[in-house]
Ligand binder design. Structure first.
Ligand code: HEM
Length: 392
């Protein structure tokens, strides 16, 4: 039966060692053989994987055929859902609307000085050492501190929050430990939401506790799930891209020198890094039987939508494996498309641009310490999770 539906492949984003070893290039290997294929993993619904830009772009926008509601994500408190990620319009629109103005380009811009201060504080903490493990000492610390400041959470508890997030994201960790870590994060969020209900401030948490959907305030679990998505959504994504970005500039002194000589190149360099090292593999559930880009999808099937696969399609991006920091046009899908397009895209761009500027102001020359020790990862947020750099 399934044979009639098209080509099959054993690919599984959660467990594929090839994807973990090369989270970007592996899409080129798959694309050489397939535009789309069906995987039948144990204990999972049939999953279609697309390797080309156009079906991925269309699926991200077509929320009537590809729903986010039924995508099963296990949150620490059980069968709850990420808000607003695991919702479809019009319900999704009402929840997203609550904070959309806080993530506009202008709102992000207003954070420039505070983001820069956090960035400098971190780089200054290790610049004299002459070396750093970028992912742990910088890339994860930086978005965590910015998130905490935006939310109005106590930034002096950043290490605590990070260690819980580590447990939550760790591979091979037991279900109980993961649940405890998740509950600790929920606890920190709920505690602060309660404080804002009693005493409002000018922060994102106050905006969420005061916001209304269908004429009512959000419940505590809804507030916690919203807060959790904002944290987790902006943590590993920014951290992974930062590590990829500094690896690229460590290995390409000509690009490093070009952006130092011409800071106007920073924005296009950031866009190209986002394109070439797209980190999100997202998913949807098919709502009805249909023919989609030559693919006979059926209600209940899952689809795997990789932003990296889309961003490396040679039909849309000439010479996609070359990183060209002047690439233009560069309409990549790193931030997704359609109703769920990344809420934090302007903030993320700013964080990356400021990191490039401030790092190179202090550390203009650096190299990868031991390329064999770079660790990459697969899964829903792919990337680099260990990168040693040295200078001086
Ligand atoms: C370079 C860093 C980032 C990348 C590559 C990225 C990528 C993405 C992508 C691809 C999606 C869409 C997922 C889907 O369609 O299923 C998304 C959604 C989202 N992102 Fe980001 N993201 C980044 C940083 C951030 C930051 C810093 C925040 C906020 C603090 C954030 C908050 C969100 C939220 C709330 C959503 C869900 C939006 C919705 O469902 O309406 N992201 N992100």
């Amino acid at each position: 039966m399934t044979e009639e539906r098209g080509p099959r492949h054993e690919f599984c984003q959660r467990t594929s060692p090839e994807l973990a070893a090369d989270p970007w290039g592996h899409w080129d290997v798959l694309r050489a053989d397939y535009d789309h294929f069906l995987s039948l993993e144990d204990h999972a619904d049939p999953t279609w994987t697309f390797t080309r830009h156009d079906p991925i772009y269309d699926a991200l926008r077509d929320y009537e055929l590809f729903s986010n509601v039924a995508v099963e994500t296990c949150t620490p408190v059980g069968a709850h859902r990420w808000i607003p990620e695991e919702m479809d319009p019009p319900e999704h629109t009402a929840y997203r609307q609550l904070i959309v103005s806080s993530f506009s380009p202008r709102a992000a811009e207003a954070w420039t000085d505070r983001i820069r201060a956090r960035c400098c504080e971190l780089i200054d903490s290790f610049v004299a050492d002459g070396e750093v493990e970028v992912y742990g000492q910088f890339a994860r610390q930086y978005p965590t501190r910015i998130f905490m400041e935006m939310m109005g959470l106590p930034v002096d508890r950043a290490d605590e929050l990070l260690s819980w997030a580590d447990d939550l994201l760790a591979e091979g960790i037991g279900g109980e430990a993961r649940k405890t870590a998740g509950l600790n994060i929920y606890g920190m969020l709920i505690e602060t939401f309660e404080a804002r209900k009693a005493e409002p401030r000018d922060d994102l948490m106050t905006l969420l506790v005061q916001g209304q959907v269908d004429g009512r305030r959000l419940t505590d679990p809804e507030l916690a799930e919203y807060g959790m998505l904002l944290y987790m959504g902006g943590l590993d994504t920014v951290a992974s891209i930062l590590a990829c970005m500094f690896r690229h500039f460590a290995e390409h002194p000509e690009d490093r020198r070009a952006i130092i000589a011409d800071p106007e190149l920073v924005d296009s360099a950031v866009e190209e890094i986002l394109r070439a090292y797209a980190v999100i593999n997202t998913g949807r559930v098919v709502t009805r039987d249909a023919e989609f880009h030559g693919c006979p999808v059926r209600a209940g099937d899952r689809v795997l939508l990789s932003t990296a696969a889309a961003n490396r399609d040679p039909d849309v991006f000439p010479d996609p494996t070359t990183i060209d920091i002047r690439r233009s046009p560069n309409r990549h899908l790193a931030f997704g498309a359609g109703p769920h397009r990344c809420l934090g895209s302007h903030l993320a761009r700013l964080e990356l641009a400021i990191a490039l500027e401030e790092w190179h102001r202090r550390i203009p020359d650096y190299h990868v310490v031991d390329p064999d020790r770079i660790v990459t990862k697969g899964g829903s947020v792919v990337g680099i999770k260990h990168l040693g750099l040295a200078w001086g």
